[in-house]
Design a protein around this ligand. Sequence first.
Ligand code: CA
Length: 242
Amino acid sequence: MRRMRKKILVIEDERDIADLIRLHLEDLNYLVSVARDGNTGLRKSSAGSWDLIILDLRLPGVDGLEICRRLRQRSEYVPILMLTSKSSELDRVVGLEIGADDYVTKPFSILELTARVKAILRRAEFFDRSKMQAMDTVQVGKLTIDPATRSAVVRGEAVELTAREFDLLFHFAKHPGRVFSRAELLDRVWGYGHDGYEHTVNSHINRLRAKIESDPAHPDFIVTMWGVGYKMSALLDREQCA
Ligand code: CA
């Protein structure tokens, strides 16, 4: 089977960095396009179909966070790798919260950047929409998840989920009763696990609970295993059969 070359958009105003990234990604056989300001970046990111967007946060014109926010309002999911400066911890946190997939802190080594790029693209392939369309609906208690439409219904009502929340829920639902540590969840659902990220898992779990649990403080579906991680309760299946 012929493999399509992956298309990557780099939105970065610093010419040296943009050129360096382009050079190395082209070496890895990716198709690379560069936008040097926020407005061009926003236009290109909405116009094309990209496999990945590498997004600098500090840009002339529309800034990176705003671009990220707008991309996440669209139904089509495109992975985003943020470039942040060392001093902007807040930007990183906000960026991850609004749906960036990962970040690299400037100054970064090109090896680190390409490793992240590969990891994100691997994950994106795993959660590929066209592959998910071939998967069956998953049922856990009163929760039904349809990977083909990326939709979830709980107690007869449709729930609105972000792309990441959906992937997380789907991952749990496929493995009822199995405990996953935060690091494992980062690795499997985010595609790349590293320190300082685990609060991202917690906040996604909290948001997911707010959407699917009747009492988020006493969850029925996604249960905390203290000191270990989280699991999808396996008791729900039995409940349903009873
Ligand atoms: Ca910049």
